[in-house]
Design a protein around this ligand. Structure first.
Ligand SMILES: [Zn+2]
Length: 277
């Protein structure tokens, strides 16, 4: 199996009426945990990292590791840049061998969002890479540093946006938000259905951590193909590391490393099972 484009995985998932998990990773342990879960369930996944996380996990280190992990995996894996904010980082990710990039200019006015996205599509095409963009506003932000609020994607705008940009996947805002939800969100399934009918391209659900399993499956049945999971993996990794450090035994790095791998593995495995249904 191999490093493949995200488009390949989206098409497969759509054909098989299932969702594909896009799991954020921040270190080697997370990559190992995610790949292990995917291999065990014999299901392709997407490994991704968002630009805002690069302060903690530099692209120059993470990029080659993610790409190599995909190449060596026993399942197909796409490597994706999540929420690219600058052309410079998008280009660097493509140079490292990422097979997909998201460019997020969703906070710009509609026309400017289109123009900026068109530029990225043109660049990604040169690399044969897949492109994702966002329309409307998903709540919160990848690192929790800001919140522009939630603005549901307008289905008519989505149609125009997809036609004019030529993107391969569209991230929608249907009441979802990044980070931890205080309570499970109420997703606007009617809006999702309408966007799906108008655009006919694979849709992406950001802010997947904390959405109920039932809502995931309903969203997948209504056009969501890619589901982003970040916070839930970070939380599970932290929980497993905390549990280990609270044990009475004498602690060591290697067991801590294993706890982090296990936390990510458990979370990724759970979500793959949900999305496969
Ligand atoms: Zn996102």
């Amino acid at each position: 199996m191999a490093l493949v484009t995200m488009k390949t995985l989206l098409e497969q998932a759509e054909k098989n009426h299932r969702g594909i998990g896009a799991f954020s990773v921040g270190n080697m342990e997370m990559i190992k945990g995610a790949v292990q879960a995917a291999e065990e369930l014999n299901t392709p996944i997407i490994l991704q990292i968002a630009e805002v996380r690069l302060n903690y996990s530099p692209l120059a280190l993470m990029g080659p590791m993610m790409v190599q992990a995909a190449r060596e995996a026993k399942v197909d894996i796409a490597v994706h840049l999540d929420h690219g904010l600058t052309m410079d980082v998008v280009k660097k990710a493509l140079d490292y061998g990422f097979t997909s990039v998201m460019y997020d200019s969703s906070t710009y006015p509609f026309e400017e969002n289109i123009e900026r996205t068109q530029e990225v599509v043109k660049l990604a095409e040169k690399y044969g890479a897949t492109t994702e963009a966002e329309l409307g506003l998903v709540g919160g932000s990848e690192d929790g540093s800001c919140d522009h609020g939630i603005r549901c994607t307008n289905p008519e705008d989505a149609k125009i946006f997809c036609e004019r940009t030529g993107i391969d996947a569209l991230a929608v805002a249907i009441g979802n938000a990044h980070g931890n939800y205080p309570v499970a969100p109420k997703l606007a399934f009617d809006v999702l259905e309408e966007i799906h009918n108008k655009t006919e391209i694979p849709l992406v659900l950001h802010g997947g951590s904390g959405i109920t399993d039932e809502d995931f499956q309903k969203a997948i049945s209504l056009g969501i193909v890619k589901v982003n999971i970040a916070t839930a993996s970070f939380n599970k990794l932290t929980q497993r590391a905390e549990e280990y450090l609270k044990t009475e035994e004498k602690h060591n790095f290697f067991s801590l490393n294993e706890a982090m791998v296990r936390g990510t593995y458990e979370n990724v495995k759970h979500h793959i099972k949900v999305f496969n249904c």
